[in-house]
Ligand binder design. Structure first.
Ligand code: GTP
Ligand code: MG
Length: 196
């Protein structure tokens, strides 16, 4: 029963809109077009909660959805969008890093990556920042419906191997917003983060 709460223009303003840094926040991060907004809709079972788009870079505001009075899901704008000027990309990266380091109510970060193109530099950076701040990460390999079962498991195992050094801080799961693959597992993990 997630409800739209607020849109913030940037991370620096998030604290203005949601003062106090209290409660539990779970952020959805990932490259542009990775499927963040689609995953949010699939997980909350609301088709139009977050706006999705074929055009990368659609979500440019930080959209916050409330699960209840204390718990929130945060749809972050995608990083690595080719058409954004480098200076803006750098600014956004810095803001993300600060958010991960300073936001104390942040209880988990879902890093979404297209299963066909996982673990780009910026994805790795996000995961490293989160774990450095002792925030657990769910690496979600999205659009898993695009691969056959064997290729899917191969991709998942490869990413698991590459992230093995992070131990229990990072979990890796395949996910499909269209088919619902991985939904029960993901909901289980989010639920744990929501009830520490
Ligand atoms: P930005 O807001 O631009 O950063 O993108 P986003 O990460 O929120 O991606 P969004 O959810 O808008 O999805 C991007 C495109 O991928 C859309 O065309 C979606 O329909 C498609 N897509 C998302 N998830 C899936 C999936 O699980 N399977 C398939 N086949 N397509 C998907
Ligand atoms: Mg989006």
């Amino acid at each position: 029963q997630a409800k739209f709460l607020i849109s913030a223009p940037d991370i620096a303003h998030l604290d203005e809109y949601l003062p106090g840094d209290v409660g539990v926040e779970i952020a959805f991060a990932g490259r542009s077009n990775a499927g963040k907004s689609s995953a949010l809709n699939a997980l909350t079972e609301q088709k139009n909660l977050a706006r999705t788009s074929k055009t990368p870079g659609r979500t440019q505001l930080i959209n916050v959805f409330a699960l209840d009075d204390d718990r929130r899901l945060v749809d972050l704008p995608g990083y690595g969008f080719a058409k954004v000027p480098l200076a803006m990309k750098k600014k956004w990266q810095a803001a993300l890093g600060e958010y991960l380091q300073k936001r104390r109510c942040l209880s988990g970060v879902v890093v979404l990556m297209d299963i066909r193109h996982p673990l780009k530099d910026l994805d790795m950076q996000m995961i490293e920042w989160a774990v450095a701040s002792e925030i657990p990460v769910l690496a979600l390999l999205t659009k898993s419906d695009k691969l056959a079962q064997s290729a899917k498991m191969k991709a998942v195992n490869k990413v698991r191997k590459e992230l093995a050094d992070f131990g229990d801080w990072v979990k890796v799961e395949p996910f499909s917003s269209t088919k619902g693959t991985g939904k029960p597992k993901v909901l289980g993990i989010l639920n744990q983060w929501c009830h520490p």
